[in-house]
Ligand binder design. Structure first.
Ligand SMILES: Cc1cc2nc3c(=O)[nH]c(=O)nc-3n(C[C@H](O)[C@H](O)[C@H](O)COP(=O)(O)OP(=O)(O)OC[C@H]3O[C@@H](n4cnc5c(N)ncnc54)[C@H](O)[C@@H]3O)c2cc1C
Length: 531
């Protein structure tokens, strides 16, 4: 049997790599075991996505960064390993079929001018709306790096943490009710109260539903609204960015940092079993039969895989196993990566050379009712007849990801349910992609003829490729009952599990999905604490 390690990390997603780096910095002997041929999980750059085409460096899954923690970039000196953020400015462009468009970004005066094209009242309200979201973000953002207390047995430390958090909310005074609505409520009534222009509301509402199996009229969707005022790029708050060379630029930098810190990384190493002895994790067995032992194990996988597939169910208390089986993985997000001969030439903002309209997210969604109707289809198990498209073209600011003169587009699309009422996703996905292309072509008539290749990833494909249960992009839904004190299940939000020496370090844990690195960072801190 190979030598024993201080820690084994199951899965080399960005969070697993962060955990590995921090443990290795503390002089632990660490082994990372990754199922795929490369590390990075849903945060990778791959070059073999379009058969017959070379030179396209595709961010196969995640495509934009905002929330990756600056502390981690500094601590692990990721810039020395080639990690570079390329700002997106403007950050969003929404064209409409009547020839108008709405462009928004970090430039406050541009936002006012742009919104005023649709409503002077909304332009006036927008800075106040952003202030409201900032107030909520100011309370929530510091909790990202916290270990949530155990609500069931908080102890003195836990009660102190809860009291401090309660005090922060209390200090919001009359704004508290608004904050609670943002944290628990639906996006649509909030947007309807603040604004009158459907063009603005549709642009903001698409952010609220990203990755969720929900429409903006459903509770829990407002939570994502304040993400756009959080995070930073190169010290600038609320600015989102591409990673130079694709999202794998981050995970490859993490892997290099890990190796320099002495971490051993093995790819094509699928863990089939977590080995236990007397209720404690003692090692893992790979699919090929190899076994490795360690004092502590951290799983970068979701709870379904960790507890229901890799562990013998008899090692878990019945109430915990029951709570794990209730976790919601519903998903209806589909990703289409497209190689393009030229940039989309929007009728509303003409130009086939990369311009500001291509820098950020190009939203194809005319109004909130359109989203509701798209969700109605999904609710009944059908792909949306008229889906919502969020398109990005990183080549507009980072030419390194495509051959000269060519472009790369990420299309993040909703809704295409994991479970279809009729038909097999593999059989209907091409037709669905054709419908998405037809829609984009209505706004940019050169689009379809400029397509050189496409890769379609349905929720089922995301599950097959990245081992994400149900194709859920966040390793479990980000509804309030699955966040903070309740992530992954109540009583176990502290990265520990009922199996001694087994921890969770991926986005299934607090604070959840997104390329933040915080789950891995917090898990490493907890693993180093005495039991
Ligand atoms: C299509 C898509 C688009 C997204 N877009 C964005 C975006 O633009 N911005 C953003 O911030 N977030 C985005 N996200 C979410 C974000 O990518 C994820 O939340 C994040 O990458 C999760 O990282 P992680 O390390 O926690 O887990 P993962 O990335 O899921 O990593 C888990 C790792 O474990 C490996 N693994 C699985 N099973 C085994 C096994 N049995 N043995 C060994 N290894 C195993 C997997 O191969 C994987 O490498 C997107 C996700 C998807 C799927």
């Amino acid at each position: 049997m190979p030598g024993a390690y201080d820690a084994i990390i199951i899965g080399g997603g960005h969070n697993g790599l962060v955990t590995a780096c921090y443990l290795a910095r503390a002089k632990w002997k660490v082994l990372v075991l990754e199922r795929r041929y490369l590390v990075g999980g849903a945060c990778v750059t791959e070059e073999n996505n379009f058969p017959g085409l070379t030179g396209f460096k595709v961010s196969t899954a995640a495509y934009v960064n905002s929330l990756f923690r600056p502390e981690i970039i500094r601590d692990l000196r990721l810039k020395n390993y080639g990690f570079e953020l390329v700002e997106r400015n403007p950050s969003s462009f929404t064209p409409f079929l009547d020839g108008r468009y709405l462009m928004m970004g970090p430039d406050a005066s541009m936002n006012l001018r742009e919104i005023a094209k649709f409503s002077a009242k909304d332009a006036d309200n927008y800075p106040k709306y952003e202030k409201m979201l900032e107030r909520v973000a100011d309370v929530v953002e510091p909790t990202l790096m916290l270990t949530p207390p155990n609500l069931l047995k908080p102890g003195l430390g836990g009660l102190w943490k809860l009291a401090q958090l309660g005090r922060k909310f209390q200090k919001m005074g009359p704004h508290l009710a608004e904050a609670v609505e943002v944290l628990t409520g639906a996006a649509r009534p909030i947007l309807d109260r603040w604004f009158e222009s459907e063009e603005l509301k549709a642009t903001l509402a698409t952010d609220a539903i990203i990755g969720a199996f929900a429409a903006p009229s459903m509770p829990g969707t407002a939570y994502v609204l304040f993400h756009h005022v959080m995070g930073e790029t190169n010290g600038k708050r609320g600015v989102w960015a591409y990673v130079r060379g694709g999202m794998g630029g981050l995970t490859q930098a993490l892997a290099k940092a890990a190796k320099d810190l002495g971490v051993e990384i093995r790819c094509d190493a699928e863990v089939a079993k977590i080995l236990t002895h007397d209720g404690a994790a003692v090692g893992v067995a790979l699919k090929n039969g190899d076994e490795f032992r360690a004092s502590k194990i951290a799983s970068n996988l979701d709870p379904n895989l960790t507890f229901q597939k890799l562990l013998d169910p008899r090692t878990l208390p019945a109430d915990f196993a029951e709570a794990v089986s209730r976790i919601d993985y519903a998903s209806a997000s589909i990703k289409i990566n497209v190689a393009l001969a030229e940039a989309p030439n929007f009728t509303a903002c003409p130009g086939d050379q990369p311009g500001p309209q291509h820098h950020g997210t190009m939203h194809i969604c005319p109004d909130q009712d359109y989203i509701e109707r798209a969700f109605d289809d999904a609710k009944y198990g059908r792909p949306s007849a008229d889906p919502i498209l969020e398109c990005t073209m990183p080549t507009s600011v980072d030419p390194t990801v495509a051959p000269p003169g060519r472009h790369l587009m990420s299309m993040f699309i909703q809704y295409f349910p994991y479970k279809l009422k009729d038909g097999n996703p593999d059989e209907v996905k091409e037709k669905f992609a054709d419908r998405c292309f037809d829609i984009l072509n209505e706004y940019a008539p050169n689009f379809k003829k400029s397509v050189l290749g496409r890769q379609i990833l349905t929720p089922l494909d995301l599950e097959r490729t990245f081992n994400l249960t149900g194709g859920n992009i966040f390793q479990g839904s980000m509804a309030l009952n699955q966040l903070f004190l309740f992530r992954p299940v109540v009583g176990w939000a502290n990265y520990r599990t009922p199996v001694k020496n087994l921890f969770l370090c991926g986005s299934a844990a607090h604070p959840g999905g997104g390329v933040m690195g915080t789950c891995g960072y917090n898990a490493a801190r907890e693993m180093q604490k005495r039991w």
